[in-house]
Ligand binder design. Structure first.
Ligand SMILES: [Zn+2]
Length: 78
């Protein structure tokens, strides 16, 4: 794992982004949002949206994730 300092796309605060590996999905660890993944398509869309709506998308991703899985936000949740 190769982490870098970045900004959380959900809560706009300092977070860690995982850089190694996945082409289609970004992974973040945020002090507020926890650990989650977001598809590149969703990430491009989410930056211009209302923060409340983005938190709702994260809630949906958590609901859909199975036990022990990292929640993944995709564009269908936006
Ligand atoms: Zn966050």
């Amino acid at each position: 794992m190769n982490w870098t300092n970045d900004t959380c796309p959900i809560s706009n605060e300092p977070a860690q982004e995982e850089l190694s590996g996945m082409e289609d999905v970004a992974e973040f660890i945020c002090p507020t949002c926890g650990r989650f993944r977001i598809t590149r398509t969703a990430l491009a869309m989410i930056l211009h949206r209302d923060p409340d709506a983005n938190e709702l998308a994260l809630t949906q991703a958590r609901t859909r994730a199975k036990e022990g899985e990292i929640p993944t936000i995709d564009s269908s949740m936006l």
